[in-house]
Design a protein around this ligand. Structure first.
Ligand SMILES: [Zn+2]
Ligand SMILES: [Zn+2]
Ligand SMILES: [Zn+2]
Length: 270
C-alpha cells in the first residue's frame, strides 16, 4: 500500500466527568462556546474506507450519531478506566450493519479488566438478547497492522500504571499520562501531529498539565500538537491565547488530516 493520508476526528476532548460537570455552575461549565462542551476522551482514525476507534467512552452512542460514521473496523483501548471503556455495549449496531465481529486490541491487563467489566459479552453463553460480537487481541507492545497502516503501542505512565498511547504514521495519541518514559519519547520524534493529555494547569498525580505537555511537545519536536482530556479549569478561548501557535486545545468534532501514514511492513502484520 502506498503512503496514505489519515483523518483524525476528535469524538471527545473532556476529562472523566465530561464538561459541563453535573452540578457545576462555573464559567466553563456554563460557557456558550461549543468548544467548552467536552464529552469523554476518544478519537476516530479514518483511512482507506476504514474507521479505527481509540477508546469507547460512556458517550460513545452520542459521539457516533453526531459524527455520522456507519462503519467500525477495529477498537484500540489505551487502558481500562471507566471513561475509556464503558460505551462498549453500544457498538452492537455496527455488528448489525457489518454482519461480523469487531476486533478489539488492548494490553493483557486492560483486556482482562474489559472482560471482567463486560462478562456477559465474553462468557460465550447462549443469550436471549443480542450482545456485542467482538474478537479480542492482546497487545504485547509490538507494532501491528490494521488495514495497511502500522499502529505502535507507546508505553506511558498514568500515575503508577503503565498504559498505552498509540502512534500511527506521523501522528500519535497519548491520553491519560503523568509521565512519558524516555524510550517512549524517542519513538515520538518529529511527528506531524501529537495529541497529549493536559487536564489543567494545577498538578495532578495521574495526569499531565498544560505546561508539562507544552514541554513534551518541544522535547518531541512535534510540528503540531493538540491537548485533550481537559477539565473545567480550562476555558477554550482563553487557554489558547496563552499557548504557542503550533499547540492548540482539541475540541469535540475537530478533524485533522495527517499525510504520509507509514504503511505496515510486510503482509499480515506482526
Ligand atoms: Zn481518562
Ligand atoms: Zn465547572
Ligand atoms: Zn485513566
Amino acid at each position: 500500500m502506498a503512503e496514505c493520508s489519515v483523518k483524525i476526528t476528535v469524538l471527545g476532548s473532556g476529562t472523566s466527568t465530561g464538561v459541563p460537570m453535573i452540578g457545576c455552575h462555573c464559567a466553563v461549565c456554563t460557557s456558550a462556546d461549543p468548544r467548552d462542551k467536552r464529552l469523554r476522551p476518544s478519537i476516530l482514525v479514518s483511512y482507506g474506507g476504514h474507521n479505527v476507534l481509540i477508546d469507547v467512552t460512556p458517550d460513545f452512542r452520542t459521539q457516533a450519531l453526531r459524527t455520522g460514521f456507519e462503519r467500525l473496523d477495529a477498537i484500540l483501548f489505551t487502558h481500562e478506566h471507566a471513561d475509556h471503556i464503558m460505551g462498549l455495549d453500544d457498538v452492537r449496531p455496527f455488528n448489525f450493519l457489518q454482519r461480523g465481529r469487531i476486533p478489539i486490541y488492548a494490553s493483557e491487563r486492560t483486556m482482562g479488566a474489559i472482560h471482567g467489566a463486560f462478562r456477559y459479552i465474553f462468557d460465550g453463553a447462549e443469550k436471549a438478547t443480542v450482545v456485542p460480537q467482538l474478537e479480542s487481541h492482546t497487545l504485547n507492545g509490538a507494532s501491528f497492522d490494521l488495514f495497511g497502516v502500522e499502529f505502535t503501542p507507546i508505553p506511558i505512565l498514568h500515575g503508577a500504571a503503565t498504559i498505552y498511547g498509540f502512534r500511527f504514521g506521523n501522528a500519535a495519541y497519548l491520553t491519560d499520562h503523568s509521565e512519558i518514559p524516555e524510550p517512549s519519547l524517542d519513538r515520538l520524534r518529529g511527528l506531524d501531529v501529537l495529541f497529549l493529555d493536559a487536564l489543567r494547569y494545577k498538578p495532578h498525580p495521574t495526569h499531565s498539565t498544560v505546561d508539562r505537555s507544552i514541554a513534551t511537545v518541544e522535547q518531541a519536536g512535534a510540528k503540531r500538537a493538540f491537548f485533550t482530556h481537559i477539565c473545567h479549569d480550562l476555558a477554550h478561548a482563553r487557554t489558547e491565547e496563552r499557548l504557542p501557535p503550533h499547540v492548540r486545545l482539541a475540541y469535540d468534532g475537530l478533524e485533522i488530516e495527517v499525510g504520509g501514514a507509514a504503511p505496515a511492513r510486510g503482509a499480515g502484520g506482526k
